[in-house]
Write a protein that binds this ligand. Structure first.
Ligand code: UN1
Length: 478
């Protein structure tokens, strides 16, 4: 029996909190993977006070020195990758290959933003006023709140924390309750890298208590959230009521259009990777596919072949290629979505509306109506709904007919289709012949419509815009 990992709050530079809450390994529900503290509003208050006290000195620290701390944290995580990735698998369930990739991504994010310690942070203008120079620079917001989901339990905390810190902010973060250990590893790495006490705080616990206390505190000048649309829109109301900045990364119902001129095998690979990687538990996952008649049969044949090739099981087992669903609640949701589709007249070419423990085999559903819940509602499981469309135009129109607009893809060998699709599809990220999930860490990411707050992008240089505001200075020389 493995000993449970111990997650801790990081408050004012101290790792603390009693082991109050159990998180069981989704691959072995009898095994306690992590014990974590469950924070109170008073602990959030202490963390925010520590952040307020620490932030001015942090913002004054030379930028290259701030960057060096992020780079050092990246080094520490790199040395610990096998342990961090194994703990991630035990608490979240994805495969060790996926988890190792995710830890690598968190390291890359810290390196990217750490290297901004040597980058320009403003510009110089020639003024219309004689003898005057105008400069701009980006100022930190102050103290920012972060609320992060369980599906990328170290990458998302890293990609919100690193741009906030390099910009001179202090942070109070609430990680997902299901995955407290991965965020603890990030906190420990930053702490050991020499981040001054109070600059980065982590408070574990529920959204209702800890998330709410962060969102309501007037000292939190900006809040970045990734999670469900319902929770995101509630947070947006709270933050906007006091005119604080908010960034929301919410649901998706990402579609792929497979047209007659695509390569059937290649298209199936793109859809399988987007739909079934990470057990379909990504807001960028492919969950609906629009297919034109000429390629339908060949494409479905290849897709079913690939779907049947997954080996579900314990993510720590090297032979496993699909980890379990994260929780009983999520599984119930997946099963009822598939059952609902069957009740509505869909057929399954592979998979079923049941599971072996938390292992849920990939599902390919056909004869799906464009307006059926399986084609419109986010599921967050390895479920792909296939909808027949007569041609490219009808497929594009159906794909755009959704309240979501996070990522979207097309499989085609035609430049005309590829470029027209990129022009007209309503999505923040467009993938041509590439899976809808799987993002580079240094390029902008975000959605439109109900998928995002549609204001600030995450990742890459753009990410720092959310955590800063621009100050313009006119300097007269005489
Ligand atoms: C990816 O597809 O590589 O929660 C990342 C999510 C997204 C990130 C997706 N915010 O799934």
């Amino acid at each position: 029996m493995t000993t449970p990992a111990l997650a801790k709050h990081l408050i004012g530079g101290s790792l603390l909190g009693d082991p109050e809450k159990e998180r069981r390994n989704p691959a072995h529900p009898g095994e306690v993977a992590v014990l974590s503290p469950s924070g109170s509003a008073a602990e959030v208050d202490t963390a925010i006070s520590a952040a307020v006290a620490a932030q001015p000195a942090w913002a004054r620290m030379p930028l290259p020195a701030r960057g060096a701390i992020l780079l050092k944290a990246a080094e520490i995580l790199r040395e610990r990758t096998p342990q961090v990735a194994a703990d991630l698998v035990r608490e979240e369930g994805k495969t060790i290959a996926e988890a190792t990739g995710e830890v690598g991504r968190a390291i890359g994010v810290l390196q990217f933003f750490g290297s901004l310690g040597w980058a320009s942070t403003g510009s110089i203008f020639g003024s219309a006023i004689p003898g005057t120079t105008v400069t701009t620079r980006r100022e930190p917001i102050g103290v920012v709140g972060l609320i992060t989901p369980w599906n990328f339990p170290i990458a998302i905390p890293a990609w919100k924390t690193a741009p906030a810190l390099i910009s001179g902010n202090a942070v109070v973060m609430k990680p997902a309750e299901l995955t407290p250990m991965s965020a603890t590893h990030l906190a420990v790495a930053l702490h050991e890298a020499g981040l001054p006490d109070g600059v980065f705080n982590v408070v574990h616990g529920s959204g209702r208590i800890v998330g709410d206390a962060i969102a309501r505190d007037p000292r939190i000048g900006a809040l970045s959230f990734t999670g469900s649309t319902a929770v995101g829109l509630g947070l947006e109301k709270t933050l906007q009521a006091r005119r604080a900045r908010v960034q929301l990364e919410m649901g998706g119902k990402n579609g792929v259009l497979v047209v007659d001129d695509a390569d059937a095998r290649r298209a199936a690979q793109v859809v399988a990777a987007g739909g079934f990687s990470l057990t379909g538990q990504a807001c960028t996952a492919t969950s609906r596919v629009y297919v034109t008649p000429g390629i339908r049969e060949a494409f479905l044949h290849e897709l079913v072949d690939l779907a049947g090739g997954y080996a579900p099981g314990d993510g720590l087992d090297a032979a496993t290629t699909m980890g379990p669903v994260v929780s009983e609640d999520q599984l119930r949701n997946d099963v009822s979505a598939v059952q609902g589709a069957l009740d509505g007249g869909a057929r399954l070419l592979t998979g079923a509306a049941d599971a072996d423990g938390l292992n849920f085999a990939p599902v390919v559903a056909v004869d799906v109506d464009h307006s059926a819940p399986i084609a419109t509602d986010e599921i967050f499981g390895p479920v792909v709904a296939v909808i027949d469309v007569p041609d490219y135009e009808a497929g594009l129109a159906a794909l755009n007919d959704s309240p979501y607009g996070l990522t979207a893809g097309i499989c085609t060998t035609s430049l005309k289709h590829a470029s027209d699709f990129a022009d007209r599809v309503q999505a923040g990220v467009v993938k041509v012949n590439r899976p809808t999930s799987g993002l580079d860490l240094h390029v902008p990411f975000g959605g439109v419509k109900e998928s995002s707050s549609n204001t600030f992008r995450e990742q890459g240089h753009t990410a720092t815009q959310f955590y800063t505001w621009e100050k313009t200075t006119y300097t007269g020389v005489e």
